[in-house]
Design a protein around this ligand. Structure first.
Ligand SMILES: Cc1cc2nc3c(=O)[nH]c(=O)nc-3n(C[C@H](O)[C@H](O)[C@H](O)COP(=O)(O)OP(=O)(O)OC[C@H]3O[C@@H](n4cnc5c(N)ncnc54)[C@H](O)[C@@H]3O)c2cc1C
Length: 407
């Protein structure tokens, strides 16, 4: 069979792959997306500023109308029961002049809207629903072969094939992977009382227990537990599990009804030594994996896709060439490394039984509760990566002797 030739080949059909395929096709690139079938994703994603603007440019935001819940406030509650407990901290978007922090949307709804919008560009977006079984790279192009033997040649191969990426293996990127003694139970539930667009995160000794609002009297839950507890909870009849969720929420939303399915995700992390080389570029979990703390993973993945597209547009004559790949690596390296380290540190600080670290965390959250300027900087950093602390540092600098802004 003769190979088919395209400018861009996207491997992977998750949210990173679907947004990459749509973004490249919309920008006029001849694109093929190859994706192995995967299980239905019951998770939700809290999309923040840059992701929302990117999805708006992709034209998917109107289709999410009524399916995305604005998050007006976030509450952190220390539910560790430890000797040194942190103060409860509440962040309100209005405090920093924003209408909301982000939009919470079910992954399945987001994936569907990305695919439907991709159909608009079917003249330059071909989809093949089967796994890639081999990848061959050379200076001018990459060749992939699918399970049924189809061969595809492209200038740029986008690895959005998740944590066990075959594209990453082919480009020989060094990977450091680790695991945590934790499992995230993920479920959605209905509740008696309204949530008022507030997300509440309870910090427990086994990890965070985070309720995130969905439209109506409905929320999603990410419940981080030990593997043994996760197995036990998952095996409970729905009624018992609903009671347990209500108890852990201290009944702030009244009676709870857990929906099917209850999914579980063992927590792990991975840091990838190279994001682009030899006609390949990695995005999403092929490029970085970390625990679901602070709603960072997909938001980072969407920033990868946006940056990759921008680099390809700047090197329109040769997408996937050495210059374009170097530009992508330079643009993404710091953001990816900083978020990976920050989320790992936060997760380990929650797990530790070491008293000085507990004390530091308690003081840290106490300071956040008491010092509005710091709280505001953290909130800005959360919704606009790079804006919060850089902005705060800028303001501090203008107050230093000899640095005062004129006028
Ligand atoms: C419990 C939990 C909660 C989370 N909550 C948030 C949140 O609130 N906010 C946030 O930003 N992030 C969150 N994340 C992270 C986010 O879900 C992930 O970053 C995101 O789903 C990763 O998407 P992806 O497309 O990179 O990978 P995946 O969803 O893993 O997709 C990989 C795709 O590649 C395909 N594939 C694999 N191998 C091949 C092959 N050989 N050939 C072809 N296709 C292949 C698979 O079938 C799949 O379609 C959370 C993660 C977890 C675990």
């Amino acid at each position: 069979m003769n190979p088919s030739r395209h400018e861009i080949c996207v491997v992977g059909g998750g949210l990173a792959g679907a947004s990459a395929a749509l973004a490249f096709a919309q920008a006029g690139f001849d694109t093929v997306q190859i994706a192995a079938p995967s299980r239905t994703d019951g998770r939700s994603t809290a999309l923040i500023g840059p992701s929302i603007r990117f999805l708006e440019r992709l034209g998917v935001l109107p289709a999410l109308e009524g399916r995305a819940q604005p998050m007006f406030a976030m509450r952190l509650v220390d539910d560790t029961g430890r000797l040194l407990r942190a103060a409860t901290v509440e962040f309100r978007a209005a405090e920093i002049g924003l209408p909301y922090f982000g939009l919470n949307v079910l992954n399945a709804d987001l994936l569907e809207t990305l695919r439907v919008q991709g159909d608009v560009y079917s003249d330059r977006l071909l989809r093949i629903d089967e796994p890639v079984v081999s990848v061959d790279l050379d200076k001018d192009h990459a060749t992939v072969v699918t399970e049924s033997g189809r061969s595809i040649v492209c200038r740029l191969l986008v690895g959005s094939d998740g944590r066990n990426s075959v594209v990453r293996t082919a480009m020989q990127a060094p990977v450091r992977a680790w695991s945590y003694p934790q499992v995230a139970l993920v479920l959605n539930f209905g509740h008696q009382k309204g949530h008022d667009g507030v997300s509440t995160e309870f910090h427990t000794v086994t990890g965070p227990f985070t309720q995130v609002p969905l439209p109506g009297h409905r929320s999603s839950l990410v419940w981080v537990e030990t593997p043994e507890n996760a197995d036990r909870l998952k095996a409970l009849p729905t009624e018992r599990l609903s009671e347990e969720v209500e108890r852990r929420l201290h009944s702030i939303l009244g009676a709870v009804t857990v929906e099917d399915p209850v999914q579980s995700f063992p927590l792990s992390g991975a840091s990838v030594g190279r994001l682009a080389a030899r006609r390949c570029a990695l995005v999403g979990e092929a490029a970085h994996v970390f625990p679901p703390i602070g709603a960072q993973g997909l938001n980072l993945g969407l920033r990868d896709v946006e940056a990759l597209l921008a680099c390809a547009m700047e090197h329109r004559d040769d997408p996937g060439g050495a210059g374009m790949l170097a530009a992508y690596e330079a643009r993404r390296r710091t953001d990816v490394a900083t978020r990976t380290a920050a989320v790992d540190l936060l997760n380990r600080s929650l797990l530790t039984g070491f008293l000085p670290v507990q004390a530091l965390r308690a003081v840290g959250l106490g300071t956040l509760a008491a010092v509005p300027a710091l709280r505001h900087a953290l909130m800005r950093e959360g919704v606009e990566p790079g804006a919060g602390f850089a902005g705060a540092l800028g303001r501090v600098r203008t107050l230093l002797p000899g640095q005062r802004a004129s006028g």
